[in-house]
Design a protein around this ligand. Structure first.
Ligand code: NAP
Length: 287
């Protein structure tokens, strides 16, 4: 990939940003396509967001991804926000238009991508979501779009759960959604056809942990889909144990790749080499 005087700029903003895998997969795809772009890590502190966005206009940045802590805070600066991003309350992809910045959330399509290749009647599949943070919001919208008739969200903080439920009141998700304390899992697991871990429990620094203890894991029904948004380690303990129960395991790597591919498609206005993005990421993760 050659950076020239004509090269157009893309990037990812966040704080911290050094851990981001996005530059690796986007620049691999850009190099493969031979298009005149480069994708940069752009460290932006929370209090510098407005200044950074003004600077992006000044330097003609074409678009950017967004990670913690800006996903919600960026919304007031955008002239257009997609329905999905509004429902979620967070934007992860922004692009320039003639009138300003437009934003959407590609996590929804990213999450759905590995599910749509599985044979499943979503109209009869109950979804069970562990955790009620930012990623859970994209998962809930995705489950509603898939057609799941019931979406059960389990959380550990009653106050946050109540706020989570209330935040959907005006949305198409509301009639499908029920929130529960963690203790309800023993009643919810046997009938759940899609079980999604959106908590960070089981991430690399804590790889021996699972959001479900062994008693709860035993309640997963064979044939259910166990989906962990975590992508390091692969597989997580939750997925290993769910597979022993006869579940189909899906980890978070494909979601990461597909949310990135969806963003790059928006910026370039063309199809993108998903397999190149996947290979570059796998190589990077394996070191
Ligand atoms: P977040 O906003 O901080 O939400 C985390 C949720 O997990 C909160 O509901 C939190 O509850 C709950 N939680 C944390 N520790 C817990 C524990 N020990 N027991 C039970 N619940 C616990 O984080 P996020 O942005 O949603 O991200 C969550 C995970 O998804 C991370 O592992 C992240 O890497 C992953 N992710 C993956 C992708 C992908 O593309 N694959 C995309 C986005 C996120 P409290 O609010 O009560 O603390």
């Amino acid at each position: 990939m050659m950076i020239r005087g004509t090269t157009r700029l893309l990037g990812v903003i966040g704080d911290p940003i050094s851990h981001s895998f996005s530059p690796v997969m986007h620049n691999a795809a850009i190099a493969h396509l031979g298009v005149d772009y480069v994708y940069l890590p752009l460290p932006v502190k929370a209090e510098q967001l407005r200044t950074a966005l003004e600077g992006f206009v000044a330097i003609d940045l074409q678009g950017f991804n967004i990670t913690i802590p800006h996903k919600q805070r960026v919304i007031p600066f955008l002239t257009e926000v997609s329905d999905a991003a509004r429902a979620i309350g967070a934007v992860n992809t922004v692009w320039r238009t003639d009138v300003g910045w437009s934003g959407t959330n590609t996590d929804v399509d990213g999450f759905k991508a590995p599910l749509t290749v599985l044979e499943r009647d979503w109209k009869t599949t109950q979804a069970l979501v562990l955790g009620n943070g930012g990623a859970a919001r994209a998962v809930v919208v995705a489950c509603a779009q898939l057609g799941c008739p019931e979406i059960h969200v389990v959380g550990r903080s009653p106050d946050k759960l109540a706020a989570f439920e209330q935040s959907w009141e005006e949305s198409f998700v509301a009639p499908l959604l029920t929130v529960h304390p963690w203790d309800n899992l023993e009643h919810l697991l046997p009938t759940a056809g899609l079980i999604v871990n959106t908590t960070p429990v089981g991430m690399a620094h804590d790889a021996s942990a699972s959001p479900l203890n062994s008693g709860l894991t035993a309640l997963i029904s064979p044939g259910a889909i166990a989906y962990d948004l975590i992508y390091t380690p692969r597989p997580t303990r939750f997925l290993q144990e769910a597979e022993k129960q006869g579940a189909i395991a899906v980890d978070g790597l494909e979601m990461l790749i597909q949310q990135g591919a969806a963003a790059l498609r928006i910026w370039l206005g063309q199809d993108v080499p998903v397999e190149i993005m996947r290979d570059s990421l796998l190589q990077h993760i394996r070191g």
